[in-house]
Design a protein around this ligand. Structure first.
Ligand SMILES: O=c1[nH]c(=O)c2[nH]c(=O)[nH]c2[nH]1
Length: 301
């Protein structure tokens, strides 16, 4: 006999845009993609063809639009929590609501040396992604993150002293290119409910700014001995900067740039210290990940 072990369902890729018209004639815009996934007493839709407890995914989408109209959409941690709380409050048979909000970049244009009141540009594919999980009687868990922040440094990175055996071909290097697309996430200590999220609302934006600043400054300033060490330094500083954050996760692809040996062409020197032209590699890439918690927290291994 089969049994349904786990089920959730909802609407993904709900695109929403909201404009805020300010009294000074400027406007602010927010564009998001939202995913809602619900758990609860819903199994009979799968096992008995009984849909009476199914809040249609279309209803979930309409709820996102209405909530965006009636409530603030910023910071995304608040908007995601309002949605999670709504699904639990509105539907007794829904026990868990997973809400993911991805915020797309619209940066205000500078025109004639001044911030333009209502024109924006996409100056990078970096996203802010927030996942809020509301569980009935267990509060709201929030994970905030930045994704898609593409960075490169042309020197100030090394990789040597690594394990060598008969499978090793990689030479040690004391000067290399380092490039990665940053995914950095931070988990907040659980909130007792929407009221506590509202009470702490001022913490979310500065945390995202601090995470980005720490990531960029550490990347630029450290003479990196490895992606591993660099990401650990970043995570440590985010923990120090944001007291309510319990752990920080990094996932960094190591995007390789290979030297091109041109000695076959009239003895051209383009390796080691003479390297100027490189071949960027799309794949494979290294992938280095970690979770850094406060001392005393039990390891997630
Ligand atoms: O920073 C690095 N960490 C590694 O684990 C690794 N492995 C590798 O081939 N290059 C690198 N670079």
């Amino acid at each position: 006999m089969a049994s349904l072990n786990y089920a959730r369902y909802g609407k993904d890729n709900i695109r929403v845009y909201k404009v805020q018209r300010n009294p000074d004639n400027t406007q602010d815009v927010t564009e998001m993609t939202v995913c809602t996934l619900l758990e609860g007493d819903i199994a009979e839709s799968w096992t008995k063809s009984d849909n009476k407890n199914i809040v249609a995914t279309d209803t979930q989408k309409q709820t996102v639009y209405v909530t965006a109209k009636l409530h603030p959409v910023n910071p995304p941690e608040l908007f995601a929590s309002i949605l999670a709380d709504h699904f639990l409050t509105q539907y007794n048979h829904i026990h868990v609501a997973h809400i993911t909000v991805t915020v797309h970049k619209w940066t205000r244009m500078q025109v004639d040396g001044k911030p333009h009141p209502h024109s924006f540009l996409r100056d990078g594919e970096e996203k802010r992604v927030v996942e809020a999980v509301g569980r009935r009687n267990q509060g709201i868990s929030i994970r905030s993150s930045i994704k898609g922040l593409l960075v490169l440094k042309s020197t100030g990175s090394q990789f040597w002293g690594f394990h060598r055996d008969e499978y090793t071909r990689l030479p040690e290097v004391w000067d290399r290119i380092l490039s990665t697309e940053v995914e950095a996430g931070w988990n907040w200590r659980r909130f007792s409910g929407l009221d506590e999220v509202k009470k702490e609302v001022a913490a979310f934006e500065p945390a995202a700014e601090a995470a980005k600043k720490i990531t960029l400054e550490t990347f630029a300033k450290e003479n990196s001995p490895s992606v591993q060490n660099t990401m650990y330094l970043m995570a440590e500083q985010i923990l120090a900067a944001v007291p309510r954050v319990e752990d920080v996760e990094y996932s960094l692809p190591n995007k390789h740039y290979f030297e091109v040996d041109m000695s076959w062409f009239k003895g051209l020197k383009n390796t080691g210290e003479d390297a100027e032209v490189y071949a960027p590699q799309s794949d494979p890439n290294g992938l280095i990940q970690c979770t850094v918690s406060r001392k005393g927290a039990s390891p997630k291994l």
